[in-house]
Design a protein around this ligand. Sequence first.
Ligand SMILES: Cc1cc2nc3c(=O)[nH]c(=O)nc-3n(C[C@H](O)[C@H](O)[C@H](O)COP(=O)(O)OP(=O)(O)OC[C@H]3O[C@@H](n4cnc5c(N)ncnc54)[C@H](O)[C@@H]3O)c2cc1C
Length: 674
Amino acid sequence: MTDINIEDFEIKEFNTIIIGSGAAGLNCAIHLVDEGIDHSKIAIITEKLGGGTSFNSGSDKQTYYKVSLIGDQLDSPVEMANDLCARGAMHGDIALIEATNSIREFFHLVQLGVPFPHDQFGGFVGYKTDNDPKQRATSIGPFTSQKMGKCLLKEVQKKDIVIFDNHYALNILVDNTKKRSEAIGVICIKTDELASEKNLENIINSIKIFKARNIIMATGGPAALYKHSVYPESQRGSLGLAIKAGCKLQNLTESQFGLASIKFRWNVSGSYQQVIPRYVSIDKNGNEIEFLEKYFPSFHQLSKAIFLKGYQWPFNAERIENFGSSLIDLAVYYETEILDNKVYLDFTQNPVNYEETMLDPITIEYLSNSNALASTPLDRLKLLNPKAIQLYIENGIDISKEYLQIAVCNQHLNGGISGDIWWETNIKHLFAIGETNGSHGIYRPGGSALNSGQVGGLRAAQKIGNVYMKMESLNRDEFLQLIAPELSLIIKNINSVLFKKSLMNIDQMAPPQFWETIQDRMSKFGGIIRPVKDLFEEGKNVIKQIYNLNTLLILQNNNEIIEYLRIRDALLTQQYILESILNFHESNGKSRGSYLIIRDKLNESFNERYVIPPGDLIQFKFIMSDNILKGEIQTIQSQAGIIKFEWEKVRDIPNEFGWFENIWKDFTNGSIFQ
Ligand SMILES: Cc1cc2nc3c(=O)[nH]c(=O)nc-3n(C[C@H](O)[C@H](O)[C@H](O)COP(=O)(O)OP(=O)(O)OC[C@H]3O[C@@H](n4cnc5c(N)ncnc54)[C@H](O)[C@@H]3O)c2cc1C
């Protein structure tokens, strides 16, 4: 192996490094400058500028959530905080901060040019989104987050903040000699410098080291874990970075799933459902059936569920009974995952037994108010929302001629890294903002993810600007001494995975096969169906793969090193998610949020009962109970190499807001930031 001399590495130094260039990371960079950090002391490191979820995903009406601001509508930060955490497992103080600062961050975006609609009086109109009793939601159309990203990027460039593009962060450097561990830097690989053959020296040359007083993780959600996903392909996720650094994580059981098209990844929510399309399943022999009618007693009830799916997009354990809209997702899951069929939406014909007079009154009213009553789903869609058809045409799918393939897809992780009220993690000087921060609870109102990402960036910048603004930390020698072992280990690992021999007696895999095993495992144990059976054993398989990764993975060239690092990250993340799910089972957790809990025995002390879905879906009979665990948050952290769980009591929404003169003094002397 090539000898390395740490003195040969260039070390770039900044006050704050932000990893990730999505809406959360970019916004934070702007606020850091506003908080007084010189632009030359801030850097953004990113795998791909323009990649990630914010820049590449959207939906029928992509939503931003904030306190209601129009007309005589009564609202307040406390009311919004109540709604953010009403359904459980979210801290009240964090909810209050997200609600209070939603106004400031919303207007920040307006100032930067995001064209949120307002009326002739300047009132920002709103609508109701899921889990929202008011009309706090707003949108600029299907690409709200993309426009946010573009406006924020323009401002970052205007402020002359340096962006290190094509930099994959593989290690957050931590000084564990302190009483409370501190983040001190980041190790990256410059991906566009990797050679197309195997060459260790080239890898060593592509390693870039950054020293920083503060590090902000804005790396988005763990998007590559599931086979069926509506995250953009450019988003992979890096929760493993935080796990390796020693972060505490929370609510890893709480992911969101829903129906989406898979050739072009897009949620089939809103108008795609409101026009009552036909759901068909095609088996390997080409036989086609309309499978939904097996589970609903009448066309009336089926069409009502399809219509409601438009609003009730995420799969929801509470919407299965009484022919609720999530029964559709369950039936689609059965077709694709159990029967291995392909499922499609057909807009060219009505569902079997379709009769306009049999539609539910809400559907009729909605379609007739929208002047969209017509003879086929396609004709109704042309009248209701022609852009919805155009969007698919622009992405190579003509739904007036062909079926649209769909599946139950992973969309969001409500949990993630634990942060305090400044979004700082248990590691000092390490912050986590955006989707990588796990501030949300079991349910979240649509649009609250984008708000939370903006608020988190503001809060981290405020703490840094007021408390952590000085550069002084370790000197160069101290830094080099601390990071040398880490760097050697990285190079040793890369060398061993790259230059090993193929072994006949071990199942070695190329990256695509490895991803398949990771994703199959998530579908089986971490999707909408969560059986306890075999989960413990599967967890052991994950650990084996983590330990033996260097032997198991076959790489052809240097470019694939990034796949190795991503797989390592995904395995660690998977280990934490599956361990969290197992711990949830062991804590007698019930079905909630976007998943069904499946266990063979009922525990009567928690009033557990089975819910039995109709027909073949009986195999998904799942547990409901009184044990909602909504007053607690499950946290997971590795301590001395052992994974520890704690169920933290949810903190209440603060209800004392201080006396003006006193707060003014504390604000002026900076003590509110401590
Ligand atoms: C289909 C879809 C629809 C959605 N609709 C809504 C909605 O209506 N309302 C709402 O509030 N939310 C919605 N969301 C969620 C919301 O869009 C995301 O939570 C949000 O955009 C995440 O922003 P972010 O800045 O945290 O991460 P991202 O925008 O994903 O950015 C992450 C960044 O980190 C970079 N990165 C990751 N790992 C590394 C690494 N190791 N090294 C360097 N760089 C790295 C990536 O390249 C990227 O630049 C939706 C999500 C999806 C998928």
